[in-house]
Design a protein around this ligand. Sequence first.
Ligand code: NAD
Ligand code: MG
Length: 393
Amino acid sequence: MENITVLGSTGSIGRSTLDVIRRNPDRFRVFALGAGGNADQMFSDVMEFKPDFAVLSDKSGAEKLRELLKAENSDTAVLSGYEQLSFIASHESCDSVMAAIVGAAGLVPALAAVKSGKKLYLANKESLVMTGHLFIEALRKSGSRILPVDSEHNAIFQSLPQTEQERLGFCHMKDAGVSRILLTGSGGPFRQLPLERMPFVTPEEAVAHPTWSMGSKISVDSSTMMNKGFEFIEAKWLFNLNNEDIQVVIHPQSVIHSMVQYVDGSVIAQLGNPDMRTPIARVMAYPDRVESGVGALDFCSLSGLSFFEPDYNRYPCLKLSIDACWSGQAATTALNAANEIAVSAFLNHSISYPRIYEICSKAVDRHCGDTISDVDSVLELDKKARETATALL
Ligand code: NAD
Ligand code: MG
């Protein structure tokens, strides 16, 4: 029985994770749940999964949860405050951690899991965008294991030989005969929108992703393809790649989730319906396979698979993030921070859609020369870049 801590349990990935656990009660036990502030959702999950701990970083949410659970005589201990997320991620009774908090808030608890040697199922790509080699270095020191939840990286993982699957963070792609990674992305809801309409798109249109159902922040990132740029950076660190080893390909149907090209001309891909329970089940059961609740792909009903090169005029955030990856860690950390501020402002109707790119671009220019030496300096730069982006709003 694996005792798992689910961070971000009330979100989209968290819900899918709990569904995989629900279907496999003989393999997984929820040790702890952690989230931001949704006390009602947390209450119903605690009643169903009976974890040892439930953490809400929002203190008033935790207070409400405590009251609700007291009335039910629940044995689950309720903890409040952000630092308690690291406590449940590194607790000696926990075997593995699903890191599915959104944004920079996911970094510190994910690192706490790595440093204490837990098996880490990584959905929070922002951790790698922010810290890159520091994260991989922490992995090396603790000997803990990382498995990718992000569907593209999960597809690449599944398409690699077992030798490389066993050493994520430290892969030798040349030894494995890999020539290139093909990172696919749907192109989001604005793939065919006339460019002159871009200034007028609404948050509602941006979060209406054509193939995936996700949280609002990653949905906006998918529409700008900032998400694909972050995945480019994530792939670099997970698979120990050079920037020129990764090619982004637009594939609107989201049936192929990414591919690995080998020196002999072979291309190995992973396919499936666009449902995050597949990659979640793959990492949690690895090396076994378990029921995820996702239906079989029906090839005869597919209308065709198409592929395009991304147009940087349409997706300037994709270019910006790939350039940041070349530039280095300060650039990617600043980009992540500015993007969180800009996307949140766009979702609140405070700025227009094209301003997301403008703000991110200026923040990267301002901070790409900053120095990063450790996680504290990453957090300091994250704070400064947020201030820069906020001032630009
Ligand atoms: P979401 O918005 O649906 O959920 C976010 C979760 O994070 C919630 O549980 C929320 O309470 C928690 N959270 C936010 N701020 C917090 C804080 N300060 N303290 C504690 N908890 C906090 O997001 P999501 O779509 O589930 O995405 C989660 C992560 O997974 C992101 O990093 C995203 O990039 C990644 N991811 C998501 C998908 C997807 O299909 N949704 C796919 C690949 C990767
Ligand atoms: Mg993805």
